[in-house]
Design a protein around this ligand. Sequence first.
Ligand code: TMP
Ligand code: ZN
Length: 417
Amino acid sequence: MAPKTSSDADARRVRRCRVCNSKDLTLVLDLGETPLANSYLERPTDPERRFPLRLLFCNDCSLVQLSHIVRPDLMFRDYAYRSSSSATVREHVRELAEYLHANFLTSSKDLVVEIGSNDGSLLGAFKGLGSRVLGVDPAKNLARIANERGLETIPEFFDASMAHQIRQTRGPARIIIGNNVFAHVDDLHDLMGGVAALLDEGGVFSIEVPYLGDLNQNVEYDTVYHEHLSYFAVHPIETLFAQFQMGLLSVTRLEIHGGTIRVIGTKSKKRIPRSPFIDLERKCGLDRLETFRDLGYRVEYQKSYLKYTLDKIKSEGRAIVGYGAPAKSNTLLNACGIGTETLDYVIDTTPEKIGKYTPGTHIPIYETERFRRDQPPYALMLAWNYEKEIILKERDYTGQFIIPIPYPRILSKNPGQ
Ligand code: TMP
Ligand code: ZN
C-alpha cells in the first residue's frame, strides 16, 4: 500500500533560507517519507501520516535545513521526550546551571528564562542555586509537570509578543536559555526579536544545538527528523545573531546527544570579534555543497551496511532487539526499512513510550526489565549517544550490543565488566 501523504496544509515547502532568505537551496539528502519521529502509536494498526524528510543546503549562508516544515502543533503539543529521563542529561543541565550562574548572574533577583524548558530539569537546577526562574514550553503535558514541581512554566510557544509580555510583567532577563529548541523553530527572526527584546543589556543568550560538524563527520543522519528544522554550523548562527546586534561570546563543543555546540551570545554595544570557529568550519568544508553531497553517499553506504549486518545475524536464526526508542531511532528504522521482521521489540525507560509502537515500523516498546529477563543474543543500540551509560548499566548483559553510528560495530560480550 502506498504511504499516505498529508495535505499541504500540514506541511509547508521551504522556498527560502530561514537565516538569510536566499532562494539558492540545493537538495543534499533524501530520507524518503516518514511519520513524525515522536508519534508513537497506541496500536500498530493506527493510521499514520507521512511527510517528506529531505535536507537542503543554502548556497549563501550554508545553513542545512529541512525541505518541508510540519505544523508545529502536530509535533510539540504533546511531547513524549522527557529531559530528565537520562542520568547524562540530568548531570549536563546541573553543570550548565552552575556555569551560567557563576559567570553571568550577579544577584538572586536576576531573572533566568528558559525557552523549551521541557519538564523543568534545568530550571530546577537554577532554582536550587537560588535564582528566579521562568519556563516557556508548548508541551502542555510537560509544562504541567514543571508547574507541579514549583517551576513556573507558560504552556505556549515563545515568540516576540510573549517576550514583551514577560518583560512588562517580570522585567528583563539576565539569562535566556534555549537548549535543543533553536533547531526546532521555523521563524528564527521572530524568536531572536523576542530574545533581543527580553534580554537585559549585557545579558546572555545561551543555546545548545546538535552540531552539523558531528552530523557530517559521524554520518548521524538519524538526527534528521521533522522536529529538527535546521542543522547548524556556527557560521549561520553568527549571521543570524548579527542581524539582532548580538555577537558570540563563546562556542563550546560538547559530547552530549551525539555532538552539540553551546553558543553563548550577548547584546552589547561594543563590537565582538568574529568567532574563530568560522575559519575552522571552512577548513572542514562545512560551507561547501560538495561536503553534503558526499554525506549523502556515506549515508547510503551506512544504511546498506547496517541492513547487511542485521540480515546476516537473522539468517543465522539469532534474535535482535532494539535498545532505546529515541526519536532518532525512528528515522534510522524507517530509512533502513527495519521492522518486526528484524527486531522482536525495543525497550525504553520513558513511561509515555512503554506499551506503544514505533511510528512507521510498528515495533512494540517494552520496559527495560523485559530485555534483562530475555537476554537476547543481540541488541541494536538505537540510543547510541548514551553508549557509555548503557554499557555500564547493562554490565550483566550476556549478549552483544550493535552500535549503528558512525558505522555498524558489534561489541564484544560484557564490555562493561
Ligand atoms: P534522547 O537521545 O533524545 O535523549 O533519547 C533517549 C531515549 O533513550 C529516551 O527515549 C530514553 C531512552 N533510554 C533508555 O531507554 N535507556 C537508557 O539507558 C537511556 C540512557 C536512554
Ligand atoms: Zn541561507
